[in-house]
Write a protein that binds this ligand. Sequence first.
Ligand SMILES: *Cc1c(COP(=O)(O)O)cnc(C)c1O
Length: 371
Amino acid sequence: MNKVRLSKSCVGKEEKEAVLKVLDHEFLGMGAEVQNFENEIKSYIGTDKEVICVNTGTSALHIALACLDIGLGDEVLVPSLTYVASYQAISATGAIPISVDVKEETLFMDIEDAKKRVTEKTKAIMPVHYASNSQEMLEINTFAQANNLRVIEDAAHSFGCKREGQIIGYEGDVICFSFDGIKNITSGEGGAVLSNDPTFIQRVKDARLLGVEKDTEKRYAGQRSWDFDVTHQGFRYHMSNIYAAIGSTQLKKIDVIAAKRQSIAKTYVTELRGVDGITLLDFDYENIVSHIFVLKAKNRDLLREHLLSHNIECGIHYKPNHMLSKYKSDYVLPITEKIYEEILTLPCQFDLSTEDQTRVINAIKDFYSAC
Ligand SMILES: *Cc1c(COP(=O)(O)O)cnc(C)c1O
């Protein structure tokens, strides 16, 4: 029996041809391909926000925080249940990630718990679109406004998802996407920062190129800056033409990719809804494009072993960050700690076959009917 993989990169001959074109052109760094990709993202989302591409989703989060002048001694509210990238991006600025609990039904940041953690040092809040759901963003934005906090959305899981009938990215303060190898679309590695705050956007544009002022504008015109000024800390976080060519090719296929990921998720929902032992997350699967398919499972570790014995990979997203040595908190997060024992991620990737998904579903049903 072949191994059913949890996730994988899925690229075709179009992506390979796009990369070869860039290689043939011998302009590998940041140039016209990146500008194209940014414009394409903007028109796909249908937003008047600026889109700034960078080399990873983690750098998108880091550069966003840095360009909002969040730094030493500041506090940023963030759900503990996220990839360590969110935490590393915060601590890289010198700020302190303040762990917040999640809601049991959706595993989204619990706004009531966030309220308890606000101090005079709190500068920002970083909600995470966990498993692609961001239904609760409205209450986060309202809370942030009332407390004068900047909002940096970690939307690494939710490129191509909809809310209120519109593609994610159309509203909000600062939104960060990831295009790493296994995300909804990939640019090989990559990320993007979206905002319509013009001062902030100019800072991000400069900061991704070592803080060299107006270097983006020069490079898009195929030029370099020789006489320039630098006023802020910058990074080497710009996206390369190679990445952008892959991303732009993937974006052209997004409707097909999204439809497939949605159909995988909906099949899991239909098939597993009635299974005693399984609890599904309370998501609007009509509007979500699942990056990871997460559910809660009774006897999770035994189920996981059972699936592995059938050559089916599964995952646990994520080990809570407040349980890591670097980010240990001196308070408990009861829901996060409870659901950490229950969550399981099932295979979900563009080229998952119907047969392989059926194998996953049947293995789960067999496990619980034998319980
Ligand atoms: C993937 C991911 C990131 C970081 O993106 P990279 O492009 O891999 O650096 C950040 N947050 C979450 C929740 C992610 O899943």
